[in-house]
Ligand binder design. Structure first.
Ligand code: DGL
Length: 262
């Protein structure tokens, strides 16, 4: 048993989609979330830069006493998690595009993957897609420009919509029936995506699976918080606090959101 907080980081607001699942599943756990929006998008950066930023975020979370770290970013997971696991003693949970469940459930045999350049070019992603290459046709597209628009709070702008329509077109032409959201920012685009996509296309977002995995690892490592009262929730952003807050307005009012230069 361990009363220390769970640390979570992302290049910005996207990982709050994972925080929400973790908090829903384990409301009594304390959580600390770092939004490194100042350095977003990670997806356009080199592997070395992504590792450096992931180390910076991890060290801050460790300084704040975190017992486990959730890398709530596909780009940071696919480029940096093995480095982090080697360097630090705490358990790390990551997220990568959920090709497997999409492949298992696809009837047409074609699955679309929308992710950042950093994720699509990573060796971890290449390996996962190769593992499924025999069974399904994967149509991948880099969601260039989407993360900055989401970071600016422009979820439903015509620019966002036009970009999405363009990225999805080749996937639909190839007859996909599942689209994997390979970036934790993209679940915020689900309402727009639902309007653009034909109803038979399933959207795969594995935030809930990451929360279940976090719970399983806490249990296995005997790190669960035994308290029954609601957890203490802290968010830190190194960019616009108002935009960040707008992503969490409907959530628990026990949360604290602060600006921090990290
Ligand atoms: N949320 C990050 C991910 O899951 C966004 C990447 C970025 O900053 O480009 O990949």
């Amino acid at each position: 048993m361990n009363v220390k907080p769970i640390g979570i980081f992302d290049s910005g607001v996207g990982g709050t989609s994972i925080w929400r699942e973790i908090h829903a599943l384990m409301p009594h756990e304390d959580t600390i979330y770092l939004a490194d929006s100042k350095n977003a998008p990670y997806g356009q950066r080199s592997r070395e830069e992504i590792i450096k930023l992931s180390v910076k975020n991890t060290e801050l979370l460790l300084k704040k006493g975190c017992k486990l770290i959730v890398v709530a970013c596909n780009t940071a997971t696919t480029n940096a998690i093995s480095h982090l696991r080697q360097k630090y003693d705490v358990p790390f949970i990551g997220i990568e595009p959920a090709i497997k469940p999409a492949a298992l459930n696809s009837g047409t045999g074609t699955v679309g993957v929308l992710a950042t350049r950093g994720t699509l070019s990573s060796s971890l992603f290449l390996k996962t897609s190769k593992d499924h290459a025999g069974e399904i046709n994967i149509v991948e597209r880099e969601g260039a420009g989407l993360v900055p628009l989401i970071e600016a709070g422009k979820l439903n702008s015509s620019e966002t919509r036009q970009l999405l329509i363009g990225y999805i077109k080749p996937m639909l032409e190839a007859n996909m029936d599942h689209i994997v959201l390979g970036c934790t920012h993209y679940p915020y685009l689900i309402p727009v995506l639902r309007e653009i996509l034909p109803p038979h296309v399933n959207i795969i977002d594995c935030g809930a699976a990451v929360a279940r995995q976090t719970q399983a690892v806490l249990k296995k490592s005997n790190l669960q918080n035994p308290k029954k009262s609601p957890g203490n929730i802290q968010f830190f952003t190194n960019n616009d606090i108002e935009i960040f807050t707008s992503f969490l307005e409907d959530d628990d009012n026990l949360k604290q959101i602060s600006y921090l230069d990290f």
